[in-house]
Ligand binder design. Structure first.
Ligand code: SAM
Length: 368
């Protein structure tokens, strides 16, 4: 194996090298990996971190992903659906506070009423967020799971802003066996990895900026699995990656597998962010909220390791407690205006600036 110093100057990596970098534990080595990823981010993406205001529009879900706190069979969660007016209110808050973009996320639903509801919300957001600073309205990311190609096409039309439209659909893990373990119950084979990959392909064909990602540190997942995940990011030719640690949830159906120890899990997650930056280059990488569960400065550490997107939560406080994908979800009571000011300060303390009023498309996508 080459020296770490030589390795960190490369732009092309073998699987063996990726596995080695992912597994770094020595503090000095990890610092060298972090610095290389941070510098590569500055070189390829500039110094801005972009906000995507997260709006958790509904926790109603027809899927039963075993790890997820809002899975269909968790009957202890009261279900909610924000109104169109509430969603547009959050989008306007984002636009008024200089967030160049928002992300609408929800449980998975394919019924015509939901599809039309999202379509209506998209039209209204576009109409109501156009301003001098945002002549095409606020940028939009959708994170609404598996849909048909026709639905992806329809929502793209309704957004009124195809040039600035993104979709985030994590494939969770590229290991088929692990994927099936996480998604199949004796009652139902809930999801299929191939189908999610098909959805990502349709999203590409419909012109979306394609975002995907995985959960990191799922018990049973190996460094080779994470390396295969990075290879699949490359194969998909992702424009954006949103990934975070796997965390236990009271409402999940997976208590038997436990969770990695917090210190190890945050190390692995940060290594995965850094290595993804080094291998994938000029894409957007989000510092997931889940990082903050493991360390109050988890997201800022994500920024230091090569992430350049943060998703401040704009969901009205009355709904936040019912959108707990995992336990100890942070910011359940944080008022968005107060929270954003502190966040900006913390980002700047990491040598970055906030890209206000910019949608922050990945350079990879802009160069397509
Ligand atoms: N329904 C959409 C979908 O399927 O993509 C979006 C909502 S889904 C709840 C968003 C993401 O939450 C999933 O892709 C998954 O990675 C993450 N998630 C759910 N439960 C989690 C857990 N226990 N730990 C970490 N991430 C989790």
């Amino acid at each position: 194996m080459k020296s770490l110093e030589t390795l960190l100057k490369q732009t092309v990596f073998s699987d063996e090298e990726i596995v080695y970098l992912l597994g770094l534990k020595d503090e000095q080595d990890c610092r060298a990996l972090q610095k290389a990823a941070y510098d590569r981010t500055t070189e390829l993406m500039g110094s801005n971190v972009y906000y995507r205001g997260l709006i958790e529009v509904s926790n109603v879900c027809t899927s039963d992903c075993r790890y997820c706190g809002i899975r269909k069979d968790n009957h202890s969660v009261p279900r909610f659906e924000m109104t169109k007016e509430e969603i547009v209110g959050c989008a306007k808050f984002a636009a008024d506070h200089g967030y160049g973009s928002i992300c609408l996320q929800a449980g998975e639903r394919n019924d015509p009423k939901f599809i039309e509801f999202i379509a209506d919300a998209l039209r209204a957001i576009h109409a109501e967020t156009i301003s001098e600073q945002l002549p095409n309205g606020v940028g939009i990311t959708l994170s609404l799971g598996d849909q048909t190609k026709e639905v992806y096409e329809y929502w793209a039309d309704c957004s009124g802003n195809r040039d600035n439209l993104r979709y985030l659909a994590r494939f969770e893990t590229s290991n088929h066996e692990l994927f099936n373990f996480l998604h199949h119950t004796p009652k139902k084979k809930n999801k299929h990895l191939e189908h999610r990959l098909q959805c990502l392909q349709w999203l590409r064909e419909c012109g979306y900026q394609v975002g995907t990602g995985v959960m990191i540190g799922i018990p049973g997942q190996t460094l080779h699995d994470l390396c295969a995940d990075i290879r699949l990011f490359q194969k998909i030719d992702a424009d954006m990656i949103g990934m975070g640690p796997y965390l236990m949830s009271e409402g999940a159906d997976l208590k038997e597998i436990g969770q990695m120890e917090a210190k190890q899990l945050i190390r692995l997650t940060l290594n995965m962010i850094a290595v993804t930056r080094l291998v994938l280059g000029n894409i957007n990488i989000a510092a997931a909220t889940a990082l903050q569960v493991l360390d109050p400065e988890g997201r800022e550490k994500g920024i230091e390791h090569g992430a350049n997107v943060i998703m401040p939560n704009l969901t009205p406080l009355c709904y936040r407690g019912d959108y707990q994908l995992y336990d100890k979800k942070p910011n359940l009571t944080d008022d968005p205006s107060f929270f954003a000011a502190g966040l900006q300060q913390r980002i700047e303390s990491r040598g970055r600036t906030v890209g206000f009023n910019q949608s922050g498309s990945s350079r990879k996508w802009l160069m397509r």
